[in-house]
Ligand binder design. Structure first.
Ligand SMILES: [Fe+2]
Ligand SMILES: [Fe+2]
Length: 270
């Protein structure tokens, strides 16, 4: 299975460069992934003129399975409503048959209007758990904000407010991959049986520790997950090639002293 992970498009921003996005989408289409994830910050300010442009540009993605979530920039200026108008639901639960793999995916909007902090929110935990119910060969969680601090990003800020509880929840649900953006620096944290994969900014010059715009190509086969960082119109390099299965004692799923609350009826519906 091949996954393309893009984020932080920032259409309308002063340092947005449309040619980078078009170049990345051309490369992604040529790679023919089974799934494309656009992990937030599609626009720079959530303004009404930025969303149609973002939709038009991202409409060039040819993959039949595309999952998008809003970022903090998209939720500015009541942009979360415009996100729904242009792209549909801000949260997604889906099953994909990808190259013989039964994939369960849950994507959550972690943005809050007009603030940069992110939060999943306890009211979504039951809804997330339901999305990962049953057998699956691969479980993928998507949100814009980072669950783990990312090196090379300066002062830590805007991490998911309930990151600890969310990481514990995702570990308990046996999630394999967490796909996020926000910090504009590509990075992979192997943690507690999961691979938390951050994409850089695909189409802006708002870069930090890693000085190039970039996106990720993630390959999953029966036993390994590899992450390739790609510079639009440029080169690629590996962000790691990992064994998929963690020994139970390393994933430590059974060693959590925190007792999660009983499953509550979810507030969000599909
Ligand atoms: Fe961003
Ligand atoms: Fe962001």
């Amino acid at each position: 299975m091949l996954i393309a992970q893009l984020s932080d498009v920032h259409v309308g921003g002063a340092r947005y460069r449309g040619e980078l996005l078009r170049s990345a989408i051309e490369e992604v289409n040529a790679a023919a992934p089974d799934l494309v994830v656009v992990a937030g910050d599609l626009t720079d300010d959530g303004y009404p003129d930025q969303y149609p442009e973002a939709r038009e540009e991202l409409g060039a993605i040819e993959c039949p399975q595309i999952v998008l979530v809003p970022g903090n920039h998209d939720a500015r200026n009541v942009g979360y409503i415009r996100f729904e108008e242009e792209f549909g639901s801000r949260d997604t639960r889906m099953r994909i048959d990808a190259d013989g793999l039964d994939v369960a995916l849950v994507a959550v909007d972690t943005s809050k209007p007009d603030i940069d902090e992110g939060e999943v929110g306890r009211e979504h935990y039951g809804w997330i758990a339901e999305g990962f119910d049953g057998e699956a060969d691969l479980r993928i969680f998507v949100c814009h904000h980072h669950l783990m601090p990312v090196p090379g990003t300066g002062r830590e800020r805007n991490q998911v407010l309930d990151a600890g509880d969310v990481i514990a929840l995702l570990r308990r649900l046996e999630v394999d991959l967490v796909l996020s953006g926000h910090r504009h620096v590509p990075h992979v944290w192997p943690v507690a049986g999961m691979f938390i994969v951050h994409s850089g900014t695909v189409s802006t010059l708002r870069v930090r520790g890693f000085p190039h715009p970039s996106y990720n190509l993630i390959r999953v086969d029966g036993s390994r997950i590899s992450v390739e960082l790609r510079i639009p119109g440029g080169e690629g390099r590996s962000l790691g090639n990992y064994p998929r299965d963690w020994p139970l004692d390393l994933s430590a799923r059974d060693a959590d002293v925190f007792v999660p609350p009983p499953k509550t009826p979810p507030l969000a519906n599909d």
